[in-house]
Write a protein that binds this ligand. Structure first.
Ligand code: PBG
Length: 343
């Protein structure tokens, strides 16, 4: 019966159809594919995250993120020159301080690892775009992104309004050190407004704010917590970071940060939230970044080390997808490799 039906297909007048629309014409050669490509990827789209650890004399590899190391502040100038030579869009700095306390006060130490690394980078390459992450989780002994206080039933919770002052001091110290952009990643309400007023009130009206406007409480930050030594000692961040199930809330966060004076917005993580990137892109005229976070990076590294995936093709495809979803720029640990692959 089976061979009978094949014979009946053979007996039809082939070709049965003569397509009038032939999209394959535009895929025939690499030349035509590059002419009609809708999304571009360039080294200037990438922002490289760097971790400066105050107590280190030499780089310390991060076991959860192959290819990433915590760096001594003395390495900052070389990193700036590397970023410049690759044509990266910029770098974003995280700090690991010598001392931590309950209120994260080392976050606004003018001699802390971030202000010192910013100054060294700006001395070495004055026109390199330098962004700083503004958050206290790397500086608090409990690892939360704010100051704690007992809630109504005695358990500790993050005190939104008390945290704003620490964040604002941190942003001003980073701006004074020479940061072009400060990037609050704490998810406190009103932080963009607080940072803008503090920067303006201290003569830093030209320092831009890149808000981690839409930041989810994500499992994909796992590997970063070793890189930045900032795992919460108890509980989790669901009381301030967003529920992965929500998108209307993402639009609300983006609107609020725009109204509070953010210059650029960010969605984080990137890959599980491409739909959110597309929606924020449509809702706001501000430049939009996406953070291709540590867990996304670690998955690619693990799969390619196991021979399961072609790292270069996978990375360039993922970065292209994030741009296609609507991100203007991408914070990514793949920045150096991807810039080299793009030539
Ligand atoms: C908070 C901060 C985090 C990341 C960037 N800024 C950690 C967190 O919110 O738990 C994660 C970045 C990554 O996973 O690559 N300072």
């Amino acid at each position: 019966a089976l061979s009978q039906s094949i014979e009946r297909v053979d007996a039809l007048q082939w070709p049965l159809v003569f397509p009038t629309e032939r999209p394959r014409r535009l895929r025939r050669s690499s030349a035509i594919r590059s002419l009609v490509r809708e999304t571009s990827l360039a080294p200037s789209d990438f922002v490289l995250p760097l971790f400066f650890n105050e107590v280190l004399d030499e780089a310390r590899p991060v076991s959860t993120m192959p290819g990433v190391s915590q760096l001594p502040v003395a390495a900052a100038a070389d990193q700036a020159r590397l970023a410049r030579s690759l044509g990266l869009g910029g770098i974003i700095l995280f700090g690991l301080p010598r001392t931590k306390d309950a209120s994260g006060s080392s976050a606004y130490d003018p001699n802390g690892p971030v202000p010192r690394a910013v100054a060294a980078m700006k001395d070495a390459v004055p026109d390199l775009l330098v962004i700083t992450d503004v958050c206290v989780d790397e500086y608090t002994d409990h690892g939360h992104c704010g100051i704690l206080r007992p809630g109504p039933r005695g358990h500790l919770e993050v005190d939104n309004d008390a945290t704003l002052e620490v964040l604002a001091k941190t942003a001003v110290v980073h701006a004074a050190a020479g940061a072009d952009i400060v990037a609050p990643s704490d998810m406190m309400d009103g932080r963009v407004d607080a940072l803008r007023r503090a920067l303006d009130g201290t003569g830093h009206e030209s320092t831009a704010i890149l808000s981690y406007a839409v930041k989810y409480a994500s499992s994909f930050y796992g590997p970063f917590r070793e890189a930045a030594d900032c795992a919460p000692k108890f509980g989790d961040r669901a009381g301030y970071q967003m529920d992965p199930a929500n998108t209307r809330e993402a639009l609300r966060e983006a609107r609020l940060d725009e109204e509070e004076g953010a210059d650029l917005l960010m969605v984080k993580p990137a890959l599980p939230y491409l739909d959110v990137i597309a929606k924020v892109r449509a809702a706001s005229p501000l430049p939009l970044g996406a953070y291709n976070v540590s867990g996304e990076y670690a998955m690619i590294k693990a799969a390619s080390a196991a021979g399961m995936i072609d790292e270069k093709r996978a990375v360039l495809e993922l970065l292209t997808s994030i741009r296609r979803a609507g991100a203007d720029f991408i914070l990514t640990y793949h920045a150096v490799d991807a810039a080299r692959w793009l030539g």
